[in-house]
Design a protein around this ligand. Structure first.
Ligand code: EPU
Length: 416
């Protein structure tokens, strides 16, 4: 199993190009199922998760080829409606095929994803929304099963803001009969990016970028040629790593508005941040100041940055209070960061972090994607050597991480 060996203590310095967003690529890849034809997606990051999604699409009968960062997805041969457990259990976002299969084939058999490394992640809103649109779904042998489904427009309000359920119901509504009104939708850039792609396919969506979407179903959609938006979480992770190592880094190919909330937190911590049209430069002080963080749906600080903000706080001057309101159990990085000398007290979903002058390298274990990112950051700032085990978690969501870090002067090596 691959490991990363990092020898810490050097500031990150230079320029890094940010890849396309994993969490925007996955719904757009699913949406290609809605229109029979040959789609072309550019700026698709090469990650374990995008590779897994390619396998899901192929299992359903699509043909997919990759050339550099571009994918060609031919969905003309889609004729299977089963997404098997073996694939869905490795990546929850596989459930995104549910609505497109119901819309296009009138049937689906998609494995329920089950739990995840940090606790339960329900899909009740996905199911309730589809049911409101006329899909009679049963749970059979661990699978969500729908047969002879004809989706009809409906009004559905989300009682919790959910990226995944919003995306799922948008995909259901674009080909449904009549109008669908979705209330209290997620505003994450990944959702808006999906909406833009669906509109380019011929969908009729009003209210994109607001909490209320009105979607008028159409008879058919056409294939698309689209670019995936930049990965705001990758960008924010590099920005936070810069803050933590007293570095100076220019992030290229980014949209600053998409990660404004974490950038503001880093400014509060003492960083100087320069925003340009497609680049952001971060210049860090010798030591960051403690800042308090509460994760929120977009435009707040994302839960996908909670672990990285704890890592920054671990070396900050003062005490930071970091609360995750989205995923209250997502703290598996805390005991691993403690192995590097971090002083963190966890009280439910609130981490109280007393910054220390220096972390010290140690062997640690990656537990999930963003937790792993926080360990890499801590290792970069720590004195001595850290070996991070189980980095397949990192490969799910950070493209060529060690190559990009080495380009910024980090001493990092992949051990096979
Ligand atoms: N929720 C429900 N019922 C549902 C769906 C969600 O109660 O049916 C709750 C969740 O338990 C959570 C909240 O709603 O408390 C928000 O979850 P959401 O549905 O927005 O999460 P998701 O769509 O499953 C996506 C990202 C996650 C990211 C969250 C929050 C993708 C593929 N995944 O997950 O990304 O943490 O939104 O922003 O887009 C990651 O990239 O590391 C990652 C985990």
């Amino acid at each position: 199993m691959d490991k990363l060996r990092i020898t810490g203590g050097r500031p990150l310095e230079g320029t890094v190009r940010i890849s396309g967003a994993k969490n925007a690529a996955l719904p757009v890849m699913a949406a290609t199922l809605l229109a029979s034809g040959v789609h072309r997606l550019r700026n698709v990051p090469k990650l374990r998760d995008t590779q897994t999604f390619i396998r899901v699409l192929e299992t359903l009968g699509a043909q997919v080829s990759r050339e550099g960062d571009a994918l060609t997805i031919d969905t003309r041969g889609v004729n299977t409606f089963e997404a098997p457990y073996e694939l869905v259990k490795t990546m929850r976002a596989s459930i995104y095929v549910l609505a497109p299969l119901l819309a296009r084939l009138g049937a689906a058999r998609v494995s329920l994803p089950g739990g995840c490394a940090w606790g339960p992640r329900p899909v009740n809103l996905h199911l309730a929304g589809l049911q409101a649109m006329g899909a009679k779904l049963e749970i059979e042998h661990g699978y969500i099963v729908g047969r002879d489904i004809r989706l009809r427009g409906a009004t559905f309000g989300f009682d919790v803001v959910s990226v995944g359920a919003t995306v799922q119901l948008m995909m259901a509504a674009v080909l449904a009969e009549g109008a669908t009104v979705l209330e209290n939708v997620a505003l994450e850039p990944d959702v808006t990016a999906l909406g833009d792609v669906l509109i380019a396919c011929g969908a009729r969506i009003e209210g994109l970028g607001t909490r209320r979407l009105v979607i008028q179903g159409v008879n058919a959609l056409r294939p698309v040629d689209a670019a995936i938006i930049p990965d705001r979480i990758e960008a924010a992770t590099f920005a936070a790593a810069t803050a933590m190592t007293a570095g100076k880094v220019r992030l290229e190919g980014v949209t600053a508005d998409h990660f404004e909330a974490p950038l503001r937190k880093l400014e509060e911590a003492g960083c100087t941040i320069l925003r340009e049209s497609d680049a952001v430069s971060v210049s860090a002080p010798r030591r960051p100041k403690a800042v308090d963080v509460v994760t929120q749906p977009f435009p707040g600080v994302p839960t996908d940055m909670q672990a990285q903000m704890i890592a920054v706080s671990a070396v900050a001057a003062g005490t930071s209070v970091i609360e995750d309101t989205i995923y209250v159990d997502r703290f598996t990085h805390v005991p691993e960061l403690a192995r590097l000398g971090a002083d963190i007290e966890l009280k439910g979903n609130v981490a109280v972090v007393k910054g220390v002058e220096r972390l010290s390298g140690a062997p640690v274990m990656a537990t999930d994607l963003r937790a792993s990112a926080s360990l890499v950051m801590a290792a970069l700032a720590a004195e001595g050597e850290t070996v991070i085990d189980r980095i397949y978690h990192l490969d799910r969501g950070y493209e060529a991480l060690e190559v990009k870090l080495a380009g910024l002067g980090a001493r990092v090596e992949r051990l096979a």
